[in-house]
Design a protein around this ligand. Structure first.
Ligand code: PMM
Length: 291
């Protein structure tokens, strides 16, 4: 058994992409032993769990085969589990989710919210019945990475994301996923431009009104790059970590269950500052979620 996740504060989810082409860490952690070492390092730097992904979701990215995705992810999930790390798998595929849970993952993080693979919801329902601690992260999504930019059209982004997330929550529940296993995610950058991302962050408490805990994935994303651009120069991804930590503090203070970040150190401090600052009020909100 891995140690249970800490309660009473926002969790820090460390990002580990075993892909050649992710926008921020692509190509660095392709070899399984290097990836496992990085996952252990993420925990040493303050991650409460590590989210392992084998398929890039950056805008414009093409899909990889299920076999290739599984080949990238499974040895890393196994290695991290053996090292006592709590593991999440970042996948849109039911068969990869199933294999990763068999290998020890306890969170299925599906950026498509069950839309990319019609088998996902029923598979998660089955896995949830077998694995009591299993959680399903359901993100707001409108379409695959190669077309998502054209889908970033909203009259009222918060109302539409709230409605679309609510509909997906109802759909996965209808397929048998227990409601209390679901964590919702606004899907920052997925079919969204910067003004949409900021509007969603501003209104996190409204999304929390869907009755499920929230995960926020702002780390190094384009909207932070645009915010920090100086003289037309957009800073590269690693230079967006300070802004990422600021988002972590604010998201935690708004009651988020978790923040998903590439460099955990500053966010680990930020979520503790938020917990101390907000006291039991924020704890109460985060404790609505799984511990
Ligand atoms: N963003 C990315 C990948 N997976 N998962 C969740 N739940 N939320 C996100 O915002 C999210 C995600 C984007 O790619 P990255 O792994 O390079 O950050």
């Amino acid at each position: 058994m891995t140690a249970p996740l800490p309660g009473g504060r926002c969790l820090v989810v460390g990002v580990l992409n075993t892909t050649p082409d992710s926008f921020s860490d692509g190509g660095r952690f392709l070899a399984p032993d290097v990836a496992v070492a990085r996952g252990v390092e993420l925990v040493a730097q303050g991650a409460d769990l590590v989210d392992v992904g084998g398929e890039s979701t950056r805008p414009g990215a093409a899909r990889v085969s299920a076999d290739e995705e599984a080949r990238r992810v499974l040895p890393v999930v196994r290695g991290l589990r053996a090292a006592g790390v709590v593991v999440s798998v970042d996948t849109m595929r039911a068969e990869v989710a199933r294999a990763a849970v068999a290998a020890g993952a306890v969170v299925v993080n599906d950026v498509s919210g069950g839309l990319a693979d019609p088998a996902m919801a029923a598979t998660v329902a089955e896995l949830a019945a077998d694995v009591p601690e299993l959680r399903y992260v359901l993100s707001h999504w409108r379409g695959p990475s190669d077309v998502m930019t054209s889908l970033a059209r909203y009259d009222d982004v918060v109302a539409e994301v709230e409605a679309e997330l609510g509909a997906r929550l109802a759909a996965v529940e209808a397929a048998g996923v227990p409601r209390e296993r679901v964590v919702l995610d606004p899907g920052l950058g997925f079919a969204k431009v910067a003004e949409h991302d900021w509007a969603l962050l501003r209104d996190l408490p409204r999304l929390a009104g869907l009755g499920r805990p929230l995960l926020v994935g702002a780390s190094r994303k384009r909207f932070l790059g645009s915010l920090l651009a100086a003289g037309g120069e957009v800073p590269p991804a690693p230079e967006r970590d300070d802004a990422t930590a600021a988002v972590s503090a604010l998201a935690a203070a708004a009651g988020a269950w978790g923040v998903r970040v590439h460099e955990p150190r500053a966010s680990a401090a930020a979520v503790r500052v938020a917990a101390a600052w907000c006291g039991p009020a924020a704890r109460h909100r985060t404790e609505q979620g799984p511990a």
